[in-house]
Design a protein around this ligand. Structure first.
Ligand code: SF4
Length: 93
């Protein structure tokens, strides 16, 4: 198999896993959007990172802006992690 095809399959697989994680979290009542402070920290880390290739992570091929917004995403280099926060129920507001 050509390197380019392997790369594309890897990207597609990581995207599918991210979407499944998103759905899993949403159905179980977790916030799927990272808190603003977490997004700011993640974007700061990505801005400094050597794997930031003009807004795309060279390790996972994700678009950094989208990745840092999604609560259940994590940095493949261990610089920031997933955020698990339960959504407030409407009866508690
Ligand atoms: S997700 Fe992690 S490895 Fe990728 S650019 Fe951001 S800090 Fe770097």
């Amino acid at each position: 198999m050509l390197e380019k095809e392997k790369h594309m399959i890897g990207m597609a697989w990581r995207f599918i896993k991210a979407m499944l994680r998103y759905q899993w979290a949403k159905q179980r009542g977790y916030e799927t959007l990272a808190p603003a402070v977490a997004q700011a920290f993640r974007n700061y880390e990505c801005d400094q990172c050597m794997y930031n290739d003009e807004g795309q992570c060279a390790l996972c091929d994700c678009l950094i802006l989208a990745k840092t917004m999604m609560a259940q995403e994590s940095c493949p280099d261990g610089r920031w992690s997933r955020v698990w926060i339960k959504r407030k129920s409407k009866t508690n507001r």
